[in-house]
Ligand binder design. Structure first.
Ligand SMILES: *Cc1c(COP(=O)(O)O)cnc(C)c1O
Length: 478
């Protein structure tokens, strides 16, 4: 008789007590996060000192391990859902989706194939249809897939574009993107097997938009050289400035040149839910493929990205392989196996949190939150413009604004202004009071706020700006 007592199981009472402690900790975090300091900094040395050990041969008390994690791990992670988290792209999240993720993990739903979970596949189909509809994509023919994030969605897009436009031989293929495109695109292009010689980085104009004339020149020159322009990547909401490229004009170029049109909307696409955003995103419906990143401005917890395509067959013809051990699960073509539509076989049930949060709050609630974000960024812009101390570098666009400290009448050189703004950011981050870091625009060091947290108030922003002014005044200006 083979007997096993290593089942990795807890008793029902133990599971409940442990689970309630976890939920209590999460709820406490949701309740108190705004009053905590958003920035958590630590050195490798400090972290090694806390955590470094050999994998223990013998286990410890579950509560003690949990307590250790709550005390030492969670407190040393910056709070990306904090109202004063302005940098990178914040992750405002929401509680319903948090619980949905817990359910998906708790039931360990396999979201790869229809046979393993028809309901998970159906919910991915349904939520994908919602997204196709929101972006004006064909809902019958169109398709898509949830990924871990925007980077994976962009990779899925590039591989699909390569397959559909070039087939097996892509040695002459050329791909175009702007100097404001997100770095994940270059990463994806490199992973997909293209050399740097096949990538054209086109400059942007004074408003950080794709320079169309330069793009047309580049395409024409490449054709003269006997190369194959095959893919153009536009950005709908650049990470730096929120800028939307001239989508409709770019779509036209793609159509006449037979080029795949990918739009990276990882940051900005969700703005389609607001009136202003919808206007700014005009032309987004013309893409062949579109990256959306629900763990950004759709307020989902990590990880959920999404790729939409005009024709679902493109995904299937790119990613289907037929190994013997999967032959019994092929099924009816309408019953989608998402492992045939993307890179991953085993996939967590990402669609559930998107589904449950939209069912619970309704699209209206999302529309209100996103409209509020856009408006508060615009209010910040007018506040800065009216101040003698601040200069707006790029106006509020899809809730992103860039500015710098540059008080009127000062005699500082550009170099000194750069140093001053860098100093303000450094002092701010070191104070842990708010996450406000710099970026570089027009060769100037500027401060950047990405205001997609619906719990960020104008008062929060004012407090942060006043703190910046204090730091600046303390610094000797020599
Ligand atoms: C954030 C972002 C990405 C990458 O998405 P991840 O979810 O971080 O992988 C790609 N493109 C743009 C424009 C982004 O803002």
């Amino acid at each position: 008789m083979i007997k096993n007592d290593a089942t990795l199981a807890l008793s029902k009472t133990e599971m409940k007590e442990y689970g309630y402690k976890v939920i209590d900790a999460i709820v406490e975090h949701f309740e108190t996060q705004s009053n905590k300091l958003p920035v958590a900094l630590a050195t490798r040395e400090e972290m090694d000192h806390t955590f470094l050990e050999q994998a223990p041969e013998l286990g410890a008390d579950a509560d003690e391990v949990l307590e250790f994690v709550l005390q030492k791990v969670m407190t040393k992670s910056s709070i990306v859902s904090h109202p004063k988290m302005y940098s990178f792209v914040p992750g405002p999240s929401n509680y319903i989706s948090t619980m949905a993720d817990t359910l998906a993990t708790g039931f360990n739903v396999f979201s790869g194939g229809w046979t393993a979970s028809p309901a998970a596949a159906e919910i991915e189909i349904v939520t994908m249809n919602w997204l196709l509809g929101l972006f004006g994509f064909p809902t019958k023919k169109g398709g898509g897939i949830f990924t871990s994030g925007g980077s994976m969605a962009n990779l899925t897009a590039i591989v699909t574009a390569r397959q559909v436009k070039c087939g097996e031989d892509f040695s002459k293929a050329v791909i175009y993107l702007s100097d404001q495109a997100h770095s994940s695109n270059i990463k994806a292009i490199r992973i997909a097997g293209f050399s740097r010689k096949q990538i054209r980085i086109i400059p942007t104009d004074s408003e950080f938009k794709f320079a169309l004339n330069k793009l047309k020149n580049a395409i024409a020159k490449d054709r003269l050289k006997g190369l194959q322009p095959f893919c153009l990547i536009a950005t709908a909401g650049t990470t730096n400035t929120g800028t939307v490229d001239p989508l409709a004009a770019m779509a036209k170029i793609c159509k006449s040149e037979d080029i795949w049109f990918h739009i990276d909307g990882a940051y900005g696409a969700a703005a389609v839910l607001s009136e202003k955003g919808k206007k700014a995103l005009k032309g987004i419906e013309k893409a062949d493929s579109l990256t959306v990143d629900p763990h950004k401005w759709f307020f989902q917890p990590y990880e959920i990205g999404c790729l939409l395509v005009r024709n679902h067959k493109w995904l299937k013809s790119t990613f289907t392989e037929k190994p013997e051990y999967l032959r019994d699960v092929e099924g009816n073509p309408s019953e989608i196996n998402f492992f045939d539509h993307g890179i991953e076989l085993t996939r967590r049930f990402r669609a559930l949190k998107f589904y449950m949060s939209i069912k619970t709050f309704g699209l209206k609630e999302f529309r209100k939150a996103i409209s509020y974000n856009i408006e508060i960024a615009e209010a910040t812009e007018s506040y800065l413009r009216k101040s003698p101390n601040w200069e707006v570098t790029s106006p509020a666009t899809l809730a992103v604004i860039n500015f710098r400290y540059n008080p009127i009448g000062n005699q500082l050189s550009e170099k000194k202004l750069d140093a001053l703004n860098q100093y303000i950011s450094k002092k701010m981050v070191a104070s842990n009071e708010s996450m406000l870091v710099t970026t570089v625009l027009n060769k100037q060091v500027v401060l950047r706020m990405c205001l997609i947290n619906p719990r960020t108030t104008f008062q929060d922003i004012k407090e942060t700006l006043e703190m910046c002014e204090q730091f600046a005044e303390e610094k000797p200006l020599t």
